[in-house]
Ligand binder design. Structure first.
Ligand code: NAD
Length: 305
């Protein structure tokens, strides 16, 4: 039911982080996976890692904000694999900053990558799946920030847009046996979060019933579920994968009866792998304060660091 043998997949933003995790999960379940990204250094490394798992893989450069590149990317996937069964639209960015002073160009960029980019990908992928007349699975990456006010308005609005776009496309494309769903992670230790200080990680653990900071590995099961026959009657769904973080405002502090399933050292296994592949330094906690200094600055100000 969860077997993806023979399936042909693509993952955008697949070079590192959550996208690399999705690609490994789909390949583990049997799929061939194209790595789609703008990181021409790490993208081919990730494609080779998938090949080393015994699956076919190829790196395809594509800026998801450009409709012509997106169409060429889907054509390249089909040229390589012969068809497209599973498409994971995951490329995304965050540009943090106070909303009262955020520059319009930054708002535009976040919406262009996170929302317009995902829509352009959905369109081109669905056109291919419709032509194949064999259905398909489209999975978008939203965020808990679609449901709670978390980052800033551009990021949160782009992710809320993903959730509702997913519902609309699911309603439209069910007629073609195409399922469209999205996954909403909480805080994941990807390169996007490489600058997040340890005190903030501890705060996340303290506010999460399952007690540890999310990793790309925690999305392996959810993405395989949504890509496989196991989810054939699930469409238009936003699958929250947050360890319970958004369940409550936690006025009463959370306690623990058992140690969390994942230790702090295990939280950062893929983060360290990704930073190594990117050729970037990091400390023992997997922190690189220079990769996203603007995120570090927000946390430093909020936590008086
Ligand atoms: N890290 C988190 O805490 C978190 C939480 C919820 C949702 N998300 C979402 O998950 C997705 C992946 O995030 P991540 O944490 O792995 O980020 P990341 O920054 O670690 O990796 C993002 C990848 O997307 C690629 N990318 C960026 N712009 C692109 C473009 N225009 N075209 C193609 N590829 C592009 C980057 O090169 C990179 O490989 C994003 O949509 C993000 O918003 C992240």
């Amino acid at each position: 039911m969860f077997d993806l043998s023979g399936k042909k997949a693509l993952v955008t933003g697949g070079a590192v982080g959550i996208g690399r995790g999705y690609a490994i999960a789909l390949a583990s379940a049997g799929a061939d996976v194209a790595i789609v990204d703008i990181d021409d250094k790490v993208g081919p490394i990730t494609a080779k890692e998938i090949q080393a798992m015994g699956r076919d893989s190829v790196y395809i450069h594509c800026d998801v904000t450009k409709a012509d590149q997106v169409q060429a990317m889907v054509d390249a996937v089909v040229a390589r694999f012969g068809r497209l069964d599973i498409a994971v639209n995951n490329a995304g960015i965050a540009i943090l900053g106070a909303d009262a002073t955020l520059e319009q160009k930054d708002w535009d960029k976040v919406i262009a990558v996170n929302l317009t980019g995902a829509f352009l990908c959905c369109q081109a992928e669905a056109r291919q799946m419709i032509a194949q007349q064999a259905g398909g699975k489209i999975i978008n990456t939203a965020s808990m920030s679609a449901t709670i006010a978390n980052c800033n308005a551009s990021y949160d609005a782009s992710k809320a847009g993903i959730v509702h776009m997913t519902k609309t496309l699911a309603a439209e494309w069910g007629t073609y046996n195409i399922n469209v769903n999205c996954i909403s992670p909480s805080y994941i230790l990807s390169p996007m979060h490489a600058s997040t200080p340890t005190v903030v990680r501890q705060r996340i653990r303290d506010l999460t019933p399952l007690g540890y900071v999310e990793r790309p590995e925690d999305l392996f099961g959810p993405v395989v579920f949504l890509a496989s026959d196991a989810s054939n009657y699930v469409t238009g769904h936003d699958l929250m994968v947050d360890g319970g973080h958004t369940l409550n405002a936690w006025l009463v502090p959370l306690g623990r009866a058992l140690p969390p399933r994942v230790s702090p050292a295990q939280e950062i296994v893929q983060l360290k792998h990704d930073l190594t592949a990117m050729g970037l330094p990091f400390d023992a906690d997997g922190i690189n304060p220079d990769l996203h200094p603007e995120i570090a600055d927000v946390f430093k100000a909020a936590f008086n660091l």
